[in-house]
Design a protein around this ligand. Structure first.
Ligand code: ITT
Length: 199
């Protein structure tokens, strides 16, 4: 069975990859399992650059086939913020709740039709020899008036998915894992990944 390092420090992402990769016969390991404690600095200005940086660095230090993603929320009325800074929005001292409250505050005077947003995800897979493959996925939504739901992580409680009439955090994990930016990026890279692990 091929080993793959799922290189994220974010437990929410890890839970989702466990399900998104379940159909492939893989032995996947976390950064903890691989004994990697350092964090790659995300110095890129795009999701793709940062996803590549993470996959390449963690593959280099583990010697394993490595999957990393860079993802985030883009809010139209905020000129695409928080974007690649989604994990650091508002600076140190903010947690997930503080960060989504900041988005809600900034949009307090913005009416529903102008609250469009999207989640974006770029997955990068780096082989032990340093070849990199990437794929992107996105999902459109609206920023809700307030947080709802307790599934998922990050900005899910304020991300309203019109087709379901619910926030991403109100959807069951199986549904999020069919429609999310991360699910779509996995769908786009599935064939490549299957070939890399000989399936
Ligand atoms: P790693 O770099 O270790 O993977 P991270 O949380 O720092 O973990 P990112 O740099 O990609 O990951 O930041 C992504 C942020 O965007 C994340 O912290 C969330 O706040 C948000 N985000 C990404 N995907 C999300 C999702 O599916 N639902 C809600 N928020 C999400």
């Amino acid at each position: 069975m091929t080993r793959i390092l799922v290189a994220t420090h974010n437990p929410g992402k890890l839970r989702e990859y466990a399900e998104l990769l379940a159909d492939l016969n893989l032995h996947w390991l976390t950064l903890d399992d691989a004994g990697i404690t350092f964090e790659v600095e995300e110095t890129g200005t795009t999701f793709e650059e940062n996803a590549r940086l993470k996959a390449v660095e963690y593959a280099r230090s583990s010697g394993m086939l490595t999957l990393a993603d860079d993802s985030g929320l883009e809010v139209e009325a905020l000129g695409g913020e928080p974007g690649v800074y989604s994990a650091r929005y508002g600076g140190n001292g903010y947690d997930d709740i503080g960060r989504y409250r900041l988005v809600l505050e900034k949009l307090a005077a913005t009416p529903a039709p102008r609250r469009q947003a999207r989640f974006r995800c770029v997955i990068a897979i780096c082989t032990p020899t340093g070849d990199v493959h990437t794929a992107a996925g996105s999902v459109e939504g609206l920023i809700a008036d307030g947080p709802r739901g307790s599934n998922g992580f990050g900005y899910d409680p304020i991300f309203f998915v019109e087709d379901y009439g619910r926030t991403m955090a109100e959807l069951p994990p199986e549904t999020k894992n069919r429609i999310s930016h991360r699910a779509r990026a996995i769908q786009a890279i599935h064939e490549t990944l299957a070939a890399l692990v000989g399936q």
